[in-house]
Ligand binder design. Sequence first.
Ligand SMILES: CC(C)(COP(=O)(O)OP(=O)(O)OC[C@H]1O[C@@H](n2cnc3c(N)ncnc32)[C@H](O)[C@@H]1OP(=O)(O)O)[C@@H](O)C(=O)NCCC(=O)NCCS
Length: 154
Amino acid sequence: MEFCVKKAVAGDPRELFVGLSELDRLCVGAEGWSADSFESEAAKDNGIVLYITENDRISALICGYFAVGEGDITSVAVHPDFRRRGLALKLISEFEALLPDDTEDIFLEVRESNYAAVSLYEKCGFQPIAVRKNFYEAPRENAVVMKKSITCEV
Ligand SMILES: CC(C)(COP(=O)(O)OP(=O)(O)OC[C@H]1O[C@@H](n2cnc3c(N)ncnc32)[C@H](O)[C@@H]1OP(=O)(O)O)[C@@H](O)C(=O)NCCC(=O)NCCS
């Protein structure tokens, strides 16, 4: 199935960032990002905010950034009505494609109990490398730090 992935940029309508925040909070609760946070990330030179719309409705998003040879995924959220259709896989793949050529590793953190997300990241080639004790609040929970090394073929 073909999905149309769009990149949010500075100057996009405010409603887009409000919609991204609503989806993020629907999926992860209060720790989801605000519209201001999505807007400011999209405006950064090293920020990447991607989303998928279907019938003018935002069905999925990914947010992250890159710096000094590393990429970092900060948020992935897919609306419950659109899950298990490969949207998250597609967004992670597009995110990777937008990283600079000198990127060596991608990192992310995920709640220890989030089986769906851990399974997704493992399928994308991420491996657990560390545990951050009590990293999350409400509910308090450990974070698993996951890393994917990007092989550069010269
Ligand atoms: C985790 C999440 C982003 C997955 O989105 P998705 O679009 O449904 O994922 P995909 O369809 O791309 O799934 C790809 C693979 O991930 C794994 N996966 C995804 N959801 C899963 C689930 N509920 N249980 C087990 N494995 C799952 C599977 O390996 C799946 O491949 P398969 O469908 O061929 O078995 C989505 O469930 C979500 O938004 N959850 C709430 C927010 C969240 O937890 N975000 C991550 C925070 S770190």
